[in-house]
Design a binder for this molecule. Structure first.
Ligand code: HPA
Ligand code: ZN
Length: 328
């Protein structure tokens, strides 16, 4: 039994982290860029731990050198996602990797990203929306231009603001200025927290950055009061179990807290994060949840609905995707 063909809604992916290894190798060859060290002998991405993952990620990103490369990336990524039944995907995009935080350059990249997304919608039947992210380990000063890029381009395609990168750099409040800017522009917010940081990091992220969603959030499980608070508040967790298991952010699948978080009344969703880096796909995520926790098609329908309700898209898109889910 596999859930490969079931329609799926996915909220937490990093665009460059979805790049098929062959795509990055192809770009490197075209441009004669030396990316030795990025790949294992068998062609998979090579890294030792999360910090080294971020370094390898950035090394792979050096092959993406202009809007046209990002256009091709979006097409390659969405073809792959659509093959696993994903009908709606949100992806983190960083102005730091798309023009270095410069607003004019960011607009050029964005035009290419949007064109690719519009074409992929017709060709592969998948809708993409972008969430602008600042990169935490680039520091609070770099977060401000990212937030300006986000606020200035908030609209049909750019639907939210968030933060990725090394979670243990600084405290959430150090990034409050950037999040305040995005919130004042009317943007919904999400932030990685509680993947590497403890329950306190999740709590501070909620208090100081006033987010609607948390990326990962799994370490909230260690604080029952916080679990109850998240459940009451309706804050949604973008849980990425395959990523957590692969990176050893949690124990193995059987010990993954997603079941307990869900049982506590928290709105959980499921995503792949950086699928080729972590050897996963949305099909694998669904199939492993079915195998580990006995989730059935009713559970996955409810999961999709929770994700669609928490999506940062406009009402027209939400209604369109709801119709696609009716076929599940
Ligand atoms: N976590 C945090 N930052 C990231 C990731 C991730 O999985 N991928 C790319 N940037
Ligand atoms: Zn992530």
């Amino acid at each position: 039994m596999t859930y490969k063909s079931m329609p799926k809604v996915e909220l937490h992916t990093h665009l460059e982290g979805c790049a098929p290894p062959s795509f990055i190798r192809g770009l490197a060859k075209e441009k004669s860029i030396d990316i030795s060290g990025v790949f294992n002998k068998d062609g998979t991405y090579a890294y030792r731990d999360f910090d080294n993952f971020l370094q390898v990620y950035e090394a792979a990103c050096t092959t993406l050198q202009g809007p046209q490369d990002f256009y091709r990336l979006v097409k390659a990524v969405l073809q792959e996602s659509a093959a696993h039944g994903v009908v709606y995907q949100e992806t983190f995009l960083s102005p730091d990797f798309c023009g270095g935080g410069d607003l004019a350059a960011w607009r050029d990249y964005l035009a290419a990203l949007e064109t690719a997304a519009a074409e992929a919608e017709v060709e592969f039947g998948i809708t993409l929306k972008g969430i602008v992210t600042c990169i935490r380990h680039f520091g609070p000063d770099a977060a401000k231009p990212a937030a300006i890029c986000a606020a200035e381009t908030f609209g049909d395609f750019i639907t939210g603001f968030g933060m990725a990168g090394g979670e243990m750099v600084g405290r959430p409040n150090d990034y409050a200025y950037a999040f305040d800017m995005a919130r004042e522009a009317g943007m919904p917010l999400t932030c990685h927290a509680g993947e590497w940081g403890g329950a306190d990091m999740v709590a501070d992220t909620i208090t100081d950055l006033k987010v609607q969603r948390i990326g990962h959030g799994v370490n909230a499980i260690h604080d029952p009061k916080l679990v109850a608070q998240i459940a009451d508040s309706g804050i949604v967790l973008e849980v990425c179990p395959g990523s957590n298991v692969f990176l050893k952010a949690t124990g193995d699948w059987a010990d993954h807290p997603i079941q307990k978080l869900r049982d506590a009344g928290i709105k959980v969703t499921v995503s792949t994060d950086d699928p080729p880096f972590f050897g996963t796909t949305m099909t694998d995520e669904f199939d492993m949840l079915a195998a580990t926790f006995d989730w059935d098609s009713d559970d996955f329908k409810a999961l999709n609905q929770t994700a669609l309700d928490a999506a940062f898209c406009d009402p027209t898109t939400r209604a369109k995707i709801a119709k696609r889910l009716e076929t599940q």
